[in-house]
Design a protein around this ligand. Structure first.
Ligand code: PLP
Length: 226
């Protein structure tokens, strides 16, 4: 169950965050005219989304195809203009399902995944109309994303067949994220990509300072995950 009191506190945290985003945006010379908040719903039930939906929010993120498939079709019947982003790694065998569920896939990270998506799209276009490349910006062994040195090759491959609009990253935990955000900003500029998905609950204001167009925020809106 998701109690009314939970809905109320989710809504007030959401309102606070949107104000912080707008403040950071106004203070940043690199910031775009609008910074999009991707409300990260992972592990939280469909009911937890209602207060945001009622308040007019439409952009959400999930990190798992299966979880999104359970949660969003019902909400979409109520709110057809929901925009759902995949922000977790995607297995090639789930490419078809992901194309049907997500509007934006932010986690292209290898040529074989691009090929799988292109093949499925040729058969059935699905709903997905935008793709971003995830960059392993801190070159961490356990992290998803393409290595910075391999970005240009992957981008050339992906752009030839898919609408690629931006870059996404998750900087190393426990480090100052600023240099990583600056680096991703530079890469997007070099490659003429308009969208920059970076910044989470703990560092979204810093990300906006370095030109984030999309911030992905879960905990600061919905509370701690189990
Ligand atoms: C979970 C997650 C987020 C949101 O993280 P919070 O710290 O809860 O705001 C953002 N981006 C990705 C890729 C995630 O997996």
């Amino acid at each position: 169950m998701y109690a009314m009191t939970d809905q109320a506190s989710t809504l007030s945290r959401y309102r606070e965050i949107t104000q912080h985003i707008e403040q950071a945006r106004k203070n940043s010379p690199l910031a775009p005219a609008r910074v999009e908040l991707v409300a990260v719903a992972k592990t939280h039930p469909a009911g937890a989304m209602l207060s945001l939906l009622l308040a007019g929010h439409r952009v959400f993120g999930e990190n798992k195809v299966q979880e999104a498939a359970h949660k969003w079709p019902v909400l979409r019947q109520l709110y057809p203009d929901i925009e759902l982003h995949l922000i977790g790694s995607l297995q090639s065998n789930k490419a078809r399902e992901a194309l049907d569920i997500f509007d934006v896939i932010e986690t292209l990270d290898r040529p074989s995944l691009v090929d799988a998506l292109v093949k499925e799209r040729a058969r059935n276009p699905g709903r997905c109309r935008e793709f971003c490349i995830q960059v392993n910006i801190g070159e961490e062994a356990q992290k998803g994303g393409v290595l910075p040195a391999e970005l240009a090759a992957l981008l050339a491959h992906a752009r030839a067949a898919l609408p690629v609009t931006g870059l996404m990253c998750v900087p190393p935990a426990g480090e100052n994220p600023a240099p990583y955000f600056a680096l991703l900003h530079k890469m997007a500029k070099e490659h003429k990509l308009a969208k920059l998905s970076m910044g989470m609950s703990g560092d979204y204001e810093t990300a906006i300072r370095f030109g984030a167009t999309h911030v992905r925020i879960g905990t600061a809106i919905f509370g701690e995950r189990e």
